[in-house]
Design a protein around this ligand. Structure first.
Ligand code: NAD
Ligand code: ZN
Ligand code: ZN
Length: 345
């Protein structure tokens, strides 16, 4: 089968012919219908040797939807022909986090949870992907594959980040979303669908602000010298209740800290490598709360799929055949993708 493999750190992935895996034991083989291209794929490809605990080579693609093609002899709970989305964080399955569906916070992250399809193990940028067990699958029924695949990370991670700050939101509150790309445009929709908070969007691209507007944001602004002032003015000077930062550079972290009201909450999702200095006294507002949400839980993935099936959220996608993955990767790197790029084998 065809696959897009990462063979060297810092080098572009290479198309390859590899053997189609055969499921054994509890394993399930999924025929891939669509795989999302995530900004994290760029971080993975561009990592310096030793930075990530993955062994090369492996097939990229951690945002996958498809149809079950075959089951190992001990696999249960699903049937050949079922359409599914992959739950990406593969925990140990045994610790109390995994037992409650929170594989994203598995205690054994050193050995297991950082490994999943497309993250150290062969992923979905291929015709087929092998998953360790039906635990990693959530049914999607008739949801189109290019809608379903991005839910497994862009949708789930955004949903989990919103869930983390939801207690602080409601009517009369304001949330700022920084970075309205694959994740951010879904975060705007999820905020609108589940919290009642007003949404202010921030990006460096006009077309991302147009996407924020289509996604239901109340206001959008480009990053410039006085973005914090512009956002504050939108809250009558008080500041925002929560910021979801899908960029995570020092510039965006400082913008977030500068725009939060007392007791405000910052959730950093973006892996931009920025730094924020914590000191008391200091520039952070009193009551400031910080979280670093990672991916999401299995029950949350089912909730995101239900939201999409109800029509409450819609992924804006640009489709590419798997053979055009290099072009899609190049466009994502240059900030030219609107919403989510989806690869179709
Ligand atoms: P994306 O490229 O689709 O979107 C990023 C958006 O941010 C783009 O619209 C871009 O124009 C905008 N942007 C870039 N620099 C900016 C700046 N300085 N200020 C404001 N906006 C800016 O990326 P994505 O796939 O949505 O991923 C977003 C980030 O989240 C990445 O860093 C990714 O690695 C990370 N991520 C984290 C998790 C997690 O579990 N924590 C999961 C998935 C992705
Ligand atoms: Zn991702
Ligand atoms: Zn675990």
């Amino acid at each position: 089968m065809r696959a897009l493999r990462l063979t060297a750190w810092g080098a572009p992935p290479a198309p390859a012919e590899v053997e189609r895996p055969a499921p054994r034991g509890a394993e399930v083989l999924v025929r891939v219908e669509a795989t999302g291209l995530c900004h994290s794929d760029l971080h993975v490809m561009g990592a310096v040797p030793g930075a990530l605990p993955y062994r090369l080579p492996f097939t990229l693609g951690h945002e996958v939807a498809g149809r079950i093609a075959a089951l190992g002899s001990d696999a249960g709970g699903v049937r050949a022909g079922d359409r599914v989305v992959l739950y990406g964080p593969w925990g140990c399955g045994a610790c109390d986090r995994c037992a409650t569906g929170r594989d994203n916070y598995c205690d054994r992250r050193d050995t297991l949870a950082w490994h999943g399809a497309g993250l150290g193990r062969d992923g979905g940028m291929a015709e087929y992907v092998l998953v360790p067990s039906a635990r990693q699958l959530v049914p999607i029924d008739d949801l189109p594959a290019d809608q379903a695949a991005p839910l497994s990370d862009a949708g789930l991670t955004s949903y989990h980040a919103v869930a983390g700050v939801r207690h602080a939101l409601g009517k009369g509150t304001t949330t700022a979303v920084i970075g309205v790309g694959g994740l951010g445009h879904l975060a705007v929709q999820i905020l609108r669908a589940t919290t009642g908070s007003r949404v202010l969007a921030v990006d460096v691209r006009e077309d991302a602000l147009a996407l924020a507007d289509r996604s239901g944001a109340d206001f959008g602004t480009l990053v410039r010298a006085d973005t914090a002032g512009v956002l504050r003015a939108r809250t009558g000077g008080a500041g925002v209740d929560a910021v979801l930062d899908f960029v995570g550079t020092t510039q965006t972290l400082e913008l977030a800290a500068g725009v939060l009201r007392p007791g405000g909450e910052l959730a950093v999702v973006g892996s931009g490598g920025g730094r924020l200095t914590v000191s008391k006294p200091g520039v952070l507002p009193p009551g400031f709360k910080l979280s670093l949400p990672f991916w999401g839980t299995r029950p949350e993935l089912a909730e995101v799929v239900a939201l999409a099936r109800s029509g409450a959220i819609h992924v804006e996608t640009e489709r590419f055949p798997l053979s055009a993955a290099p072009e899609a990767i190049d466009r994502l790197r240059r900030g030219r993708v609107r919403g989510r790029a989806v690869l179709v084998p």
